[in-house]
Design a protein around this ligand. Structure first.
Ligand SMILES: Nc1ncnc2c1ncn2[C@@H]1O[C@H](COP(=O)(O)OP(=O)(O)OP(=O)(O)O)[C@@H](O)[C@H]1O
Ligand SMILES: [Mg+2]
Length: 281
């Protein structure tokens, strides 16, 4: 909970998070489809508190749909998604809002509202969930800007006036607006050059440590997987093919995992030899 927010009434206080390393998100038998087409069929996954989980899979396997299902934007046909121990489908709208305040999201597309300034973008979730004065909202937006390494001058700019890297940082600041415990990132380094991507990875890793975040990160970026992810979950065939640290993923016999983790791109990025936190150039 934000240090700036007022204490919640007793019946609205959030439950304490699980111990570090225990599941903070539990997904069981999840089935999601659009029309005739099943995207997920009996998917099972745990996200542990305090980890950076990298979620990979071929384009169209349902990584973004999985993220959107967890946060309630896509309807599930079957199965259970528990966050902080709560079955999300069983919550009253009021309880649901309390849980939603405890996560932040950086979406794959349309990361920012183009008609709002940087400051207004960051303040958007604050206005939705908190009841704060304008001066406090301004102060908080500046704190978040600094947190992601941007100068105060950026506050009054519009997204069209920012570089791709700055847009990602502002989107991250907005995801952190409510001091979340879980952050969902969908392809946070896509479109960035290798140095920009490496800087962004470092920022995510630093924030994860200093703020004690749990990070669910969809990515295609092998350097991110090698550099900052504690575990990886690979999606395919409507389910999770395997979860584990990078060296374990490399040993799996599934053809897609073999091709992805041992293929030419993996070798080219020195994905198995670079030191932790490092990035191939
Ligand atoms: N709202 C929707 N209605 C119908 N089909 C959808 C919808 N959203 C996603 N899909 C389909 O679900 C499948 C999975 O989409 P998703 O966006 O999750 O893929 P992804 O793994 O994130 O791919 P990428 O790596 O390209 O981002 C795709 O075939 C997509 O066309
Ligand atoms: Mg996607």
């Amino acid at each position: 909970m934000s240090i700036f927010s007022r204490p919640a009434p007793a019946n609205e206080r959030p439950d304490p998070p699980p111990e570090l390393g225990l599941p903070i998100i539990e997904i069981r038998d999840l089935t999601v489809g659009f029309g005739e087409r099943l995207i997920m069929d009996g998917l099972e996954l745990d996200v542990r508190r305090g980890e950076i989980l990298g979620v990979v899979g071929a384009s169209g396997t349902g990584k973004s749909v999985l993220l959107r299902t967890i946060i309630g934007l896509v309807h599930q046909r079957k199965g259970r998604v528990r966050v902080f121990g709560h079955d999300m489908s069983q919550l009253t709208p009021q309880r649901r809002r309390l849980i939603e305040r405890r996560w932040g999201v950086l979406f794959q597309h349309g990361a920012l509202f183009s008609s709002l300034t940087v400051k207004q973008n960051i303040q958007f979730p604050m206005r939705e969930y908190l009841d704060l004065s304008e001066s406090l909202l301004d102060e908080m937006a500046m704190v978040k800007l600094r947190l992601v390494g941007l100068k105060p001058e950026a506050a009054e700019r519009f997204p069209s006036e920012l570089s791709g890297g700055m847009i990602k940082r502002v989107a991250l600041a907005r995801a952190l607006a409510l001091d979340p415990e879980i952050v969902f990132l969908d392809e946070p380094t896509s479109g960035l050059d290798p140095i920009g991507a490496a800087d962004f990875d470092e920022l995510i890793a630093t924030l994860q440590k200093t703020l004690g975040l749990t990070v669910f990160m969809v990515t295609h970026d092998l350097d991110s997987l090698a550099g900052i992810c504690d575990r990886i979950a690979a999606l395919g065939d409507g389910r999770v093919l395997h979860t584990g640290p990078l060296d374990e993923m490399k040993k799996q016999s599934h053809p897609w995992l073999q091709a992805y983790f041992n293929g030419p791109r993996a070798r080219a990025s020195h994905v198995y030899t670079q030191p932790a936190g490092g990035r191939a150039t």
